[in-house]
Design a protein around this ligand. Structure first.
Ligand code: ADP
Ligand code: MG
Ligand code: MG
Length: 249
């Protein structure tokens, strides 16, 4: 599904990703952990196509397509979803309008007709219930004045409506209370399937008790320096990242 080879990227003349390799197969959940400033969010931003990041070397293929050739909207239409650490607020655009426009764009790309407003509203209401977000939030401006937990629930709502094939969640757990964390995890688990993959960036092993990953990677200094199964997350929790430095060296 996703193949990253020797990915190097910089921001403002600073090299951040320094030859990153990663392969994600359909149906897999990969967790990425690592020290602050390692480049985890940069990886997400590069995959999503944010403009402030320049790819200087390497290749990213998504379902055989050259991902780096596609612009941000095209990537989303191809089925890539990125949940940011800090979701954007779009005052003046209602959440419902925003969600419908996103879903219509993806459906159009897949050759499916737009859902009618009535059909979409029904779907959005049902899905809001699943993520325990009050329907009132559908009428409000996108993320406008939402709490951290509400933003995350809204993001999972968007993810469920879009049915992406590759979901990247960047520190979805930071600042969340246990209930919101559980909702995020339930949302991800409900969406896990043979065809859909996830990359979950997290600082805390705790999230991985709820979202059990197939593979855990450590990203340090712009590269994946170690990969293992879910027990690696427990080991990191117990030992921190320092012990890896000597191992990597
Ligand atoms: P992580 O998510 O692993 O904590 P990031 O990818 O956010 O790390 O950041 C990696 C490095 O890139 C950090 O040193 C950070 O300061 C730097 N960086 C990220 N974004 C920018 C930016 N827009 N301008 C300058 N430096 C940046
Ligand atoms: Mg960080
Ligand atoms: Mg980050």
């Amino acid at each position: 599904m996703l193949t990253i080879e020797n990915l190097c990227a910089r921001v403002e003349d600073k090299d951040i990703l320094k030859g990153l390799n990663l392969e994600v197969k359909p149906g897999e959940v990969h967790a990425i952990m690592g020290p602050n400033g390692a480049g985890k969010s940069t990886l997400g931003s590069v995959l999503a196509g944010r403009e402030s990041f320049t790819v200087t070397e390497g290749e990213v293929r998504f379902d055989g397509k050259d991902l780096l050739e596609l612009d941000v909207e095209e990537r989303a239409r191809e089925g890539l979803f990125l949940a940011f650490q800090y979701p954007v607020e779009i005052p003046g655009v209602s959440n419902m309008e925003f969600l419908k426009a996103s879903v219509d764009a993806v459906r159009k790309h897949q050759g499916k007709p737009d859902l009618s407003s009535v059909e979409f509203m029904k779907l959005a209401r049902e899905t809001s219930k699943r993520v325990k977000l009050d329907q009132a939030f559908l009428k409000r401006g996108v993320n406008e004045g939402f709490s951290g937990g509400e933003k995350k629930r809204n993001e999972i709502l968007q993810m469920m409506l879009l049915e992406p094939r590759l979901c990247i969640l960047d520190e979805t757990d930071s600042g969340l209370d246990i209930d919101a964390l559980q909702t995020v995890a339930d949302g991800v688990n409900a969406m896990r399937s043979e065809e859909r993959s996830f990359i979950v960036v997290t600082h805390y092993q705790r999230l991985l008790d709820y979202i059990v990953p197939d593979v855990v990677h450590v990203l340090a200094d712009g590269k994946i320096v170690k990969s293992g199964d879910k027990s690696l997350a427990k080991e990191l929790e117990a030992k921190g990242y320092r012990w890896l430095e000597s191992e990597v060296a």
